[in-house]
Design a binder for this molecule. Structure first.
Ligand code: BMX
Ligand code: ZN
Length: 295
């Protein structure tokens, strides 16, 4: 990552499992802390927890928030309520403005991370670039000709909800067989637990595959193939030059290599460079700070 200095931003990254906070200057992340995401169905609990964590941080710079979910005009909706239980259209920007005094910038986590990778990480040098996170859910952010594509209602890049299996499992978003239901960490854990007849989390599945378990290996390969197909679809729709993969599953040992292998089976027109994301767990924090600094 390159060092680019701008004024310190207080960045927040809201995920389904944890909320991370840090002071961010360019790619320099300091004062990082995190706490479990309040999963109470109430946005007001999330606001209170963020306000209290911000209060415990030094500095009083502007606040930028990357969040899982659909962001539309300062309101947050969980496309997949299993990932983040919250009221539909929760007015997060307004609610936070009331407690911190000024309105924070609010951007979808994968879109923010894509911008961070584009400016400071794996997307440097590209005009058109995408980032995909394969973690609890699956999200993506797309930059075309130097512009982050957010879309009319913030839905752009939600590749976790392109359909991989039309007759598949019902997704929290209401569709059937979304990519997120076949290839996310949550999906791998669900499928592995059913297949092995005992609780198997996504990291356990990777450990089993590393020990030579062929069933685990097959499940990971199948997820990687679904991702590769979705990346081919992304090439067909947005023609990005390079795609960076991140997230706990995306960066798990051997996963990227299996995606690259599966993608090589697509016709050459759909081949794109597929690389590791560089910012790791800080991608959302860095990306949303960059968006704020450049606004
Ligand atoms: C879900 C969706 C996306 C998000 C993606 C990755 C919700 C709450 N989230 O598809 O907005 O970008 O997950 O999120 O509907 P993560 O929390 O797994 O990183
Ligand atoms: Zn879905």
């Amino acid at each position: 990552m390159t060092e680019v200095s701008n004024s310190a931003v207080r960045s927040v990254d809201i995920g389904g499992t944890k909320v991370a906070l840090a002071m961010v200057e360019g790619t320099r992340v300091t004062e990082r802390r995190q706490f479990p995401t309040p999963r109470t169905d109430r946005g007001s609990d999330l606001v209170a927890a963020i306000a209290s964590a911000l209060g415990a941080m030094p500095g009083d710079g502007p606040v930028a928030i990357a969040t899982t979910g659909l962001v539309d005009e300062g309101r947050l909706t969980a496309l997949n309520p299993d990932t983040l239980p919250i009221e539909n259209g929760f007015p997060l920007v307004d609610a936070l403005r009331q407690v911190i005094g000024s309105p924070p910038l609010l951007v979808n986590d994968a879109q923010a991370a894509a911008w961070g990778e584009y400016r400071h990480g794996a997307g440097r040098g590209c005009a058109s670039f995408a980032f995909m996170t394969v973690s609890t859910g699956i999200g993506a952010g797309i930059v075309v000709d130097g512009r982050l594509i957010v879309g009319r209602r913030g839905l752009a890049g939600h590749l976790g909800h392109v359909v991989a299996e039309p007759e598949g499992t019902r997704c929290g978003c209401g569709r059937r067989g979304c990519l997120e239901t076949v290839a996310s960490g949550t999906a791998l854990a669900r499928l592995a637990t059913a297949a092995f007849g005992r609780a198997v989390a996504a990291p356990d599945l990777f450990a089993l595959a590393a020990e030579g378990d062929t069933m685990a290996e097959g499940m990971i390969r199948s997820a990687a193939r679904s991702i590769a197909i979705a990346l081919g679809n992304l090439a067909a729709s947005c023609d990005v030059e390079r795609i960076a993969l991140g997230g706990g599953v995306g960066l798990a040992p051997g996963f990227l290599e299996r995606v690259v292998e599966a993608a090589a089976e697509l016709p050459p027109t759909f081949h794109r460079e597929i690389v590791r994301a560089e910012a790791g767990p800080d991608a959302g924090l860095i990306g949303v700070a960059a968006l704020l600094a450049e606004r």
